[in-house]
Design a protein around this ligand. Structure first.
Ligand code: MRU
Length: 361
């Protein structure tokens, strides 16, 4: 597997053979692994302009809540580098690009969070010389990236403590190194659990229609030699009923103040099945995914994606022309089904009535 050489080690973490997104510190070029092509092809794109990065987020070259936040932050560093005017024009350009980036994908709050943090930094450095403020913006974006990796490691260690010995763990979608700054949220828990107990194994549900579980999660875990098998989304009930799933961990795109959790479509079904079979359903996410202004799941904007993604698998048409398809990209799992949420700030238990707010600093 080849990855582009940067003028410094990737922030993703040296052990990983790939990265989802990185910035070249000298040129501000943004490198992205094209996740639409995995696992068949490993192709990195180099983006020199923020509108290219926005397109890459929109078209799912990069995906996963923390990874799209980091990508947006890098795009705003590129905006800063392209501005040699006064403070006011720099702030106007930053604001305009932030609005475009924010509109690329609506559900993951990490995107808005990263843009807001970069905009605060832009206000602080606007009066500096163009080269200095560009460097400050790049360093802020890199800090967002680095902190995300640190957060993943912290929540991974925390969640791993709850994983029973020898457990078969179900995960959905991809909340791994590909979806974050590196290491992963749900896959961070799995990586840490496997490090402590090499007898754990994973069932990855394929995650129709975009197949992040089959294409990305299985690929990542297999590369780390963590035992993984892929199941179709509809099979989880069968395996729960047979007692073949001991623990569930997923990522999230937005965690509400009441503990409701938005994540990839299909998550809710696994959560209800876990509840019925008395298996812990857990969520790992950085604090940047927690949206305390969102009171409950009813307020989460759910991204609606195209009919085509449901009507085809690759080039193959599976729904005849003229027949409608529904495609909400995310669903909401009510707090009552969420046994635990792991963040870098600690653990909360929404099903036991605990709200994420207890971790607010
Ligand atoms: O549509 P995607 O692939 O961006 O959806 C990703 C997910 O639903 C992930 O579970 C979530 O973003 C958490 S990633 C750490």
């Amino acid at each position: 597997m080849t990855r582009p050489q940067l003028s410094r080690p990737p922030l993703t973490g040296a052990s990983q053979g790939f990265f989802a997104v990185e910035i070249e510190p000298e040129t501000f070029d943004v490198w992205m692994l094209d996740q639409r092509l995995l696992p068949g092809e490993i192709l990195y794109h180099r983006y020199t302009r923020p509108d290219e990065v926005a397109d890459a987020i929109r078209s799912m070259v990069v995906r996963g809540a923390p990874a799209i936040g980091i990508s947006a932050a890098y795009a705003l560093a590129q905006v800063a580098r392209s501005q040699d005017g006064d403070a006011a024009s720099f702030l106007v350009a930053n604001g305009a690009a932030g609005r475009v980036l924010d509109g690329t994908r609506p559900t993951a709050v990490n995107l808005a969070w990263a843009i807001a943090r970069m905009s605060r930094r832009a206000s602080e450095v606007a009066a500096e010389a163009p080269a200095d403020r560009a460097r400050a913006m790049r360093e802020e974006a890199e800090a967002i990236h680095r902190e995300d990796v640190t957060a993943c490691r912290a929540m991974g260690a925390l969640g791993a403590r709850d994983v029973p010995r020898g457990a078969t763990i179900l995960t959905h979608c991809n909340a791994g190194a590909l979806a974050t700054g590196g290491y992963g949220t749900a896959l961070g828990v799995i990586r840490a659990a496997f490090e402590a107990d090499p007898t754990v194994r994973v069932l990855a549900s394929e995650t129709r229609p975009y197949l992040q579980g089959a294409r990305l999660t299985a690929w990542e875990l297999h590369a780390d030699e963590i035992p993984v098998e892929v199941i179709t989304d509809g099979m989880s009930g069968h395996f729960f009923a047979r007692g073949e799933i001991d623990f569930v961990v997923v990522g999230s795109d937005r965690i509400c103040a009441n503990g409701d959790v938005a994540n990839k479509i299909g998550t809710f079904t696994h959560a209800v099945l876990a509840h019925v079979h008395e298996v812990p359903f857990t969520v790992a996410a950085p604090w940047s995914t927690v949206d305390l202004r969102c009171a409950s799941g009813a307020e989460v904007p759910i991204e609606q994606r195209s009919r085509e993604e449901v009507a085809r698998i690759g080039d193959r048409v599976i729904v005849a022309d003229g027949i409608g398809c529904r495609h909400p990209a995310f669903d909401v799992t009510p707090a009552k089904y969420v046994h635990a949420i792991y963040t870098e700030r600690g653990r909360v238990a929404p099903a036991a009535g605990e709200r994420p707010e207890v971790l607010r600093k």
